[in-house]
Every structure is written in C-alpha cells, then in structure tokens.
Design a binder for this molecule. Structure first.
Ligand code: EPU
Length: 431
C-alpha cells in the first residue's frame, strides 16, 4: 500500500517547471515555515524516543523523504496539519541507496540510529551537487570513540562500542551535520563528552534543546559542547518539540522584499538568527524594519548598492543565502564581489542568471557581479536548491516570463513557495 508520505512525494515529483512573470510588487504579509535543516536532525532524533511530536513541521520533499526513512525503519508516521507524530519500534537499521541518494539529510539517520540502537547501515548520501561534500569528519568522530566503521558496497556500516573509547573530539573543520551526527550518537552513550570546533548554526542549537528535553545536559561554551547523557535506556520516552522558523526561507523573502516590497512583511521568523543577512540588506540600501522579534517589514530599494559578501559558518553570512543575494546584486548599481568559502561548486546559478541578462564572472571561489539595469525573462534550469530560489527571485523582476526547469530542487527545500508568492500578488505557477 502506498503511504500518505509516498503519495505526497509523488505529487511533488510530478512537477517539472515553475513559471513566473514579472511582478509589479509584493504586497502584504507572508509567514515563514519551520526550518528544513532543523526538522531533518529532529526527525533523526525521533528514533531516540518511543513517541515523538513535531510542531511547525514543513512539508517539503526533503522532510517527506525523511519521514519515508522512518517508515522504512519500521516506525509509524502520522502527518497532521502543521505537525507530525512518530511512534512505534525500530525494525531495521538499514537505509537503502534509493532513498539516501535523494538528499544529504539522510546522513543524519546514521547518528539517529547509533544513538537509538548502537548500529546503522546507511548508503552514502546524495543532495545538492554544490561540492564534493565528503563525510570524513563524521567517520573520524565515530572511529575516534571506538566505533567499528566499515565501508562496503556503498554503505557506511557502523557499530558503537558499549562505552566511548575517548571522551573528547575536535572537528578539523566546522560541519553542521557532522556536529549533529556526533550529538545524536552521544545521546545513546552514558557519560560525559567534549566536542570542540562544533557548528553553532541555530538548527544545531535547536537539536541541543531537543536533546535536553530527552534528559541530556549540554553546556555550550564558544565552539565547544560539554555533553552529559544518561545513556539510551534512561532517556525520556515521549517528547514534543516545535521546529524553529526557517531563516533561509525568511532571508529569501527579505531579498524578494528588497526587490519588490510594497511593503512586504515577513512574519514568523526569528530576527536573532538573521543578523548577517539583515546587515547586508541594510548595506545594499534596504531598510528592513524590525517590527517585533518575529516580524520584519521591508520595501523595495530603488536600485540596490553593490556589496562585498563572504560566506562563513554561523553567525557569519550563510552560504544558503549566497545565490539569492547574487540574484539581487545582478541589478545593483556597481560591481559586487561574492566569496563562497563553504562549498567549492556553489556558483552554478551564475550561468543561469546570465541567461536572464546578468553579468557574473566566476574566478575560483569569487564571483564578480557587474550590476545591469534590467533582466529579461528566459527559460533557465535550477542547478541546486538555493540556486532555484535565486532564479525565481530574478524571474520576478525580469521582463516577461521566466520558466525555471528542474524545479524538483526547489520543492526539496521550500514549502509552498509558489502559493506564498501568489498570495502576495505575483504570478507563479508550478506545472
Ligand atoms: N566537510 C568535509 N568533511 C565532512 C563534512 C563536511 O570536508 O565530513 C566540508 C564540506 O564539504 C563543506 C564544509 O565542510 O565544504 C561545510 O559542510 P557542512 O558539513 O557544514 O554541510 P552539511 O552539513 O552537509 C548543512 C546544510 C546545508 C548547508 C550547510 C552549511 C543540512 C541538511 N544541510 O550541510 O544546507 O549549506 O550545512 O551551512 O543541514 C541547503 O539547505 O540548501 C543546504 C545545502
């Protein structure tokens, strides 16, 4: 029988394109959804408890894939408006290639399974092709604590020892899902552990808050976490949680507002998570007004000022907002420099933006964006998730019609973007 989750996946997979027409202005209010990159580790963490409920749950392809993984592992999933509940036992520890190859977040179930039952077999993950995206740090942590790690037939097979061999680990570089996987694994092991050079993205800290509800103690000092777990058999059995707002969706709408706001109010966000993005919008000449800790109003800028933007781990400027800012800066007055420090292949949207008339030159990890006065609609292809958002933004200001192909990328990470744009007065249609 086809599950509800499979049916929702099938419906989204039926779409190939998003058509947008030049929009005169975005007027009114839009509410951001729960964060994809927070929901994914929380769904992996749901393996640690018997009954789990997540509010503010974003229904999009990546989170539906994650629910499908939970079903394949034997759990019962119930999707209700705005929330999801998961219960039942774990009957398998194997995540097949057909599902793990669909999204990077599948790798988080490695940590979830290890925390919950001490064993996991996960096929190497897929996801956006924005760089080589190795998983060496995830595996280095596991070997360091004495896990048996085997790579066989495209699967990572891991068995945890009853007690960790070491009590501290320092990541060689800052990795978001690497930190999350370590936290999920440690939840199952009794005792104290120090993690150093950890990622501090709000999504990581949201997972920490969830783990505290389960009975872990976690102290965050700079980039170090001191974790104390009571061990998997002493964790709380039933937990509910609310997903934090999606700061990248919020940022995407704020850029849309800087281009077309009449004005646009973005609601349900968390202002404190958007510091670097709001700062850069101000530098570009926009005047985002913080109406409350969860609401920002923004109006269109006559012509954005050129910027220098460097991506960095949180609290720096997010790599997940780089493409959307590039879309805005194609129309800036002057030459902008964008340096992508996180992923080595995350400028593929530059070529697609050029089809709309943008002038972007990529030299290694720097993109030089020479502002033009107007863009013209054209057929383009989404190359990854955030690239697809950038093309939609550019399409909304380009003359005529823009058809964005390979729209599956967008549907992996945005909940109802087309519907939200329509309700703000723009023409956006999936087909
Ligand atoms: N890296 C390694 N070895 C590792 C892990 C990472 O070399 O073992 C490198 C990566 O290749 C990259 C850098 O470290 O150059 C940072 O990667 P990180 O591990 O932090 O990225 P991720 O955990 O795979 C998450 C988000 C991404 C987001 C990045 C950076 C999820 C599911 N994904 O990916 O989100 O761009 O952190 O903030 O949380 C998106 O939503 O569009 C997206 C790509």
């Amino acid at each position: 029988m086809v599950s509800v989750v499979e049916e929702l996946v099938g419906r989204r997979k039926g779409y190939r394109f998003l058509r947008v027409r030049r929009c005169d202005g975005l007027k009114g209010e839009v509410r951001v959804s729960g964060a994809k990159n927070a929901a994914l580790p929380l769904l992996a963490a749901s393996l640690l408890v018997e009954r789990f409920e997540l509010e503010n749950f974003p229904v999009l392809l990546d989170t539906l894939y994650a629910l499908r993984i939970l079903e394949l592992l034997g759990r019962e999933v119930e999707l209700l408006p705005g929330r999801v509940s998961v219960k039942g036992g774990i009957s398998s520890v194997r995540i097949p290639y057909e599902i793990s190859s669909l999204f990077r977040g599948s790798l988080l179930f490695l940590g979830g399974l290890l925390g919950a039952v001490g064993r996991a077999e996960v096929a190497h993950p897929g996801g956006c092709a924005i760089g080589s995206r190795p998983i060496d740090q995830h595996l280095k942590f596991l070997s360091h604590i004495g896990a048996e790690v085997e790579l066989e037939g495209g699967f990572v097979k891991v068995k945890l020892p009853p007690e960790p061999k070491a009590r501290a680990f320092t990541f060689d570089l800052i990795t978001v899902t690497g930190t999350e996987n370590a936290l999920l694994t440690l939840a199952g092991l009794r005792g104290e552990f120090e993690l150093h050079n950890a990622a501090l993205e709000p999504e990581v800290l949201d997972l920490v808050e969830f783990l505290k509800k389960l009975g872990l103690e976690v102290e965050v000092k700079g980039r170090s976490f001191l974790v104390r777990s009571p061990g998997r058999e002493n964790l709380k059995r039933e937990v509910s949680h609310r997903t934090i707002p999606d700061r990248i969706e919020a940022g995407t709408f704020l850029v849309a507002g800087a281009l077309l706001g009449e004005p646009l109010t973005v609601k349900g966000l968390e202002v404190s998570h958007l510091g670097a993005v709001l700062e850069k919008l101000r530098e570009a000449g926009a005047e985002p007004e913080v109406l409350s800790p969860s609401e920002v109003r923004i109006r269109r800028v006559e012509r954005p000022r050129a910027l220098e933007v460097q991506t960095a781990p949180y609290p720096g400027f997010p790599t997940d907002m780089q493409a959307q800012f590039m879309a805005m800066l194609t129309l800036a007055d002057g030459v902008s420099l964008i340096v992508e420090n996180i992923f080595e292949n995350r400028f593929q949207h530059a070529l697609e933006l050029a089809r709309l008339g943008a002038s972007v030159e990529v030299r290694g990890k720097t993109a030089i964006v020479r502002g033009v006065e107007r863009l013209k609609g054209a057929p383009v292809n989404a190359t990854d998730l955030r690239a697809s958002a950038a093309l939609v933004l550019a399409g909304l200001v380009a003359e005529g019609e823009t058809v964005v192909g390979k729209i599956g990328h967008l549907l992996r990470g945005y909940e109802d973007l087309d519907g939200k744009l329509r309700r703000l007065g723009c023409d956006a249609e999936l087909f």
